[in-house]
Design a protein around this ligand. Structure first.
Ligand code: PLP
Length: 365
């Protein structure tokens, strides 16, 4: 049997043709930036989530940056976030001149440890950026309660959680603003970079329409300190087509995850827990073991793709090590012990059998 890739970006049947046709239409239209397709995809994505406004931007990192900027959070302001995430969450904070304050994550769900976060709140903290890591919603009600108590803004980092649900509602609708990424490997991925900011606030949406476009409020009239970060027409056309398959693909990921859990639960490995009130979209599926490196090598030798997300805790990296973090034991042990295994929606049951068998063999040795 062929190798099983960790991430398989093969399109489902018929999609290639549909997308090629749509790209051809954009080329013919001669409208490439901020045209009808971006607007149409923004509307479709907002409707999918159940939120009023969605504004397309150049990447997930830019979505986080512009969300901070729209809220007036910048130079010298502190922003609480997790160290167990894509480092780009913190890159966005630093890019805006703000100061990341890193907190630990929960041992079971790998999402923000709110007791730890609350201890780090002081007068300079202006916002909190929880991350729905691997597609698993954080405990949003608790985040909302803490934010209210301390008068903080919330930006959800939903870059890995397109379609995930908390108490039956899609994540991204709870924060003041939320950020999504369409990086090719995400559950909803473009053929390049792309991102989206969503909100229910018309004034914040208006501000972001301007910020992404150089801070213009009308043509050639610049009011705010903006950037040039726009989702383009070709990516928007592709994403609108792929959005129609997102729920189906997420359900497939969930079925694969449930099967892994069923078939591997007798082994000495730990799985990320999804709380009863949530539905994860399993952007990644990880197993936790102290034998991580040996297991990784063994799977790779057997032709099974696997990788580490994330190999270096954010707060220990050169760019971030001088910011406030303290000791974050759960983050550090997760980064030592987690291994991501294949969970693409295109994974066949035969391929999954092969992954399961190889993992079982490793622990038999
Ligand atoms: C992918 C990702 C980002 C950054 O998104 P880009 O589109 O790559 O800029 C930020 N946060 C998290 C949690 C991510 O997974």
């Amino acid at each position: 049997m062929k190798n099983v890739p960790l991430i398989d970006l093969t399109l489902s049947k018929g999609l290639n043709k549909k997308i090629s046709k749509a790209i051809g239409e954009v080329i013919e239209s001669k409208s490439y930036i901020l045209g009808s397709r971006v607007e149409s995809f923004e509307k479709a994505f907002a409707k999918f989530l159940g939120v009023k406004y969605a504004v397309g931007v150049g990447s997930g990192t830019d979505a986080l940056r512009l969300a901070l900027r729209a809220l007036g959070i910048g130079q010298g302001d502190k922003v609480i976030t997790v160290a167990f995430t894509s480092p780009f969450t913190a890159v966005a904070i630093v890019e805006e001149g703000s100061i990341p304050v890193f907190c630990d994550v929960d041992e079971k769900t790998y999402t923000i440890d709110l007791a730890n976060a609350e201890r780090k709140i002081d007068k300079r903290v202006k916002a909190i950026i929880p991350v729905h890591i691997y597609g698993n919603p954080c405990q949003i009600d608790h985040v909302l309660a803490i934010a209210k108590k301390h008068n903080l803004k919330i930006i959800e980092d939903a870059c890995q959680a397109h379609g995930a649900k908390y108490k039956g509602k899609r994540v991204g609708i709870f924060g003041d603003l939320s950020a999504f990424s369409f990086y090719p490997t995400k559950n909803l991925g473009a053929f390049g970079d792309g991102g989206m900011i969503v909100t229910n606030s018309s004034s914040l949406a208006k501000k972001i329409y301007s910020l992404r476009h150089g801070g213009q409020t009308k043509r050639f009239w610049h009011v705010y300190k903006g950037v040039n970060s726009r989702l383009d027409e070709i990516q928007a056309a592709i994403l609108e087509i792929k959005l129609k398959e997102l729920d189906k693909n997420n359900r497939k990921r969930e079925r694969l995850a449930k099967r892994y859990i069923k078939e591997l639960s007798d082994l000495p490995v730990i799985f990320q827990q999804v709380t009863k009130n949530s539905n994860s979209v399993y952007h990644l599926f990880t197993i936790r073991t102290k034998k991580r490196t040996r297991l990784m090598n063994y799977l790779r030798e057997g032709g099974i793709g696997c990788d580490i997300y994330y190999p270096y805790p954010t707060h220990l990296q050169p760019l971030f090590k001088n910011y406030e973090a303290g000791s974050l034991p759960t983050t550090e042990s997760l980064d030592r012990e987690l291994l991501a295994i294949p969970i693409s929606p295109t994974l066949s049951s035969k391929e999954q059998d092969k992954v399961i068998l190889r993992i079982r063999n490793f622990f038999k040795k």
